[in-house]
Design a protein around this ligand. Structure first.
Ligand code: F6P
Length: 563
């Protein structure tokens, strides 16, 4: 399925935006030295700029007035969204059109958070699965679910990676203030044995429940960790204990069952839900176990509110669309390859890492929806960390680096813990002052060439940022925030005419890892178990490895060879 793109209008708008960029964006094609219009000039020319360039939705408020854009540029960008077929694409998303055309699938993560009354596609199936999740969560919380020794569960360990880890882990961390006393929730994703070992240290097999979260139930890291966790459990009990201590979330029911998980303990996932968009599904089970089902439903409700906004708000007043247009503007016309996302909230410290998969697994593509090589740059390299920590790490570059990096500040107006108001005010003061400093620079730099001028202290300013305020970090507002970024990524995929929902680029690495694994195992003379032996046998001999990889395998082997 293609979106209705008006090629003639797009070409004309591209020419218009290129011309506007030359006077606004440092690094733009034909940019005048120092650019002729600065952020400070844009504010000086328009006393209502901030009011005009702010948008609210519920308890989320976006101030994008410190963006390097003027009214003409915004009007052209909004027209660009229209000419890209944006509204038609949004409608196609919600109605379940097969917009993931390379896999012939719909992308219906929005159905996961639609109330049954909204009658979204698959609503009955979603409601039925939510009901089974609630029933399971209630049994664990009430103590009705017991382990092999008859004790209740005090720790849940989620075994998953990518979209089966990053979203749930970020939400559980962000909602720490809503966490129940029991069970504690932990996440293991890396196949590095240290990850599972450190997590299991001090846990009691009798009171630990594992969730094997894997849409394909074929991700090697997750399966390896699941086997190791099962061995840990069985060593303390017996094979019969697996049924009491393992549940699964997967679209591959058979593989989960073959692993030894009871059919009644397997919660379904579907191919119309992308992994990085799946925390609203049964993949969100650790969230519901950690913060309670009611809070999980509030999270869904917040995302649903943002869905309604995305589907109905006019493009120029549409938070995800406007955010996407600004990102497109910098990437397409400002030659800025990356964006820093800096939540001034320790609770949101995992949010940038979550966004990395959401953005770069969705937008890191070079082929159009129709399979043609794209003639322009796409995607955004997303990075960042919690503020104020970033100020003591990479903000130097943001202020005095040779090129600008757009910064997206996120902050919560009210503290998430009691008794911290004074420090929370300090947190907010730092957030707002950083965006001020990026815009205004340092007045003393105006004395360029004066006797007291010290060039290395020049902070030129004119560096763009946006600030997204949440009234407070509640499950509802967090759901809306996450959905905002999901829809921003989708809107960017429409602007770039790419498929946001496949990820063919990650398949090659998975295949090659089996080959290198075989080489490492051969050289170590230890093919560990039947499955590994089969995996090793399934690839050609290690001699097909390139010289560098072969040498690295040998080096590792030489260092690991017992004396
Ligand atoms: O990174 C590739 C990927 O397929 C992601 O899209 C996905 O979220 C992750 O691996 C885990 O996949 P699964 O849930 O099937 O184990």
């Amino acid at each position: 399925m293609t979106f209705n793109r008006d090629r003639v209008a797009l070409d004309a708008l591209d020419a218009r935006l290129t011309q506007i960029a030359s006077r606004l964006l440092p690094g733009a094609t034909g940019a005048a030295e120092g650019n002729s219009v600065t952020l400070q000039a844009l504010f000086a020319d328009d006393s209502e700029r901030t009011e005009r360039l702010s948008l609210s939705m519920g308890e989320l408020h976006l101030d994008y007035s410190k963006s390097l854009i003027d009214s003409e540029g915004l009007a052209a960008l909004t027209k660009l969204a229209e000419a890209s077929g944006m509204q038609g694409a949004v409608n196609a998303l919600f109605r379940g059109a097969k917009i993931n055309q390379s896999e012939g699938r719909a992308a219906l993560h929005t159905s996961l958070r639609s109330p049954e009354s909204a009658n979204a596609p698959h609503s009955a199936l979603v409601s039925e699965t939510l009901a089974s999740l609630r029933e399971f969560v209630d049994r664990v919380h009430s103590g009705a679910w017991t382990g092999y020794s008859g004790q209740t569960i005090d720790t849940v360990v989620n075994l998953g990676i990518g979209g089966s880890d990053l979203g749930p882990a970020m939400v559980v961390d962000a909602l720490a203030d809503f966490a129940l006393n029991r069970p504690r929730v932990r996440f293991v994703s890396n196949v590095d044995p240290a990850h599972l070992a450190r997590t299991l240290k001090g846990l009691d097999p009798a009171t630990t429940l594992f969730i094997v979260a894997s849409k394909t139930f074929g991700t090697l890291e997750t399966l390896a960790n699941a086997r190791a966790a099962r061995d840990w459990l069985v060593a303390a009990s017996d094979e019969a204990a697996v049924a009491r201590h393992f549940v699964a979330v997967s679209a591959n029911i058979q593989a989960a069952s073959d692993f030894g998980i009871e059919a009644s303990n397997i919660f379904p996932l579907w191919d119309w839900v992308g992994g990085r968009f799946s925390l609203w599904s049964a993949i969100g089970l650790p969230i519901a176990l950690g913060v309670g089902f009611a809070a999980f439903e509030e999270l869904l409700g917040g995302a649903y509110a943002m869905d309604r906004h995305f589907e109905t708000a006019p493009l120029g007043e549409n938070l995800p669309v406007v955010s996407a247009l600004l990102a497109f503007w910098y990437r397409q016309y400002g030659a800025s390859p990356s964006t820093a996302v800096v939540p001034y909230s320790q609770d949101l410290s995992l949010f940038p890492a979550y966004l990395q998969q959401l953005y770069m697994e969705s937008l890191g593509k070079s082929m159009s929806r129709e399979g043609a090589a794209l003639p322009f740059k796409t995607s955004e390299i997303i990075w960042g960390s919690a503020g104020t920590n970033g100020q003591h790490s990479y903000f130097q570059q943001l202020h005095q680096g040779t090129e600008f990096t757009p910064v997206e500040f996120i902050a919560c107006a009210t503290a998430s813990v009691d008794g911290g108001d004074e420090r929370h005010r300090q947190l907010l003061a730092n957030c707002l002052s950083q965006s001020m400093a990026l815009m205004n620079g340092d007045e003393t730099s105006a004395d360029v060439g004066a006797d007291n001028w010290e060039p290395q202290k020049t902070i030129a300013g004119n560096r763009p940022s946006t600030t997204l305020l949440l009234k407070q970090l509640t499950p509802h507002n967090l759901g809306a925030l996450i959905a905002l970024y999901e829809h921003k990524v989708f809107a960017l995929s429409v602007l770039w005419n790419i498929n946001a929902f496949d990820q063919w680029g990650v398949e090659l690495g998975k295949r090659l890892s089996k080959e290198v694994y075989a080489a490492l195992s051969e050289s170590a003379g230890s093919l560990i178990n039947q499955e590994n032996i089969e995996a090793a046998a399934s690839v050609e001999s290690a001699s097909t490895l390139d010289a560098s990889t072969r040498a690295l395998v040998q080096k590792i082997s030489s260092w690991n060879t017992p004396r």
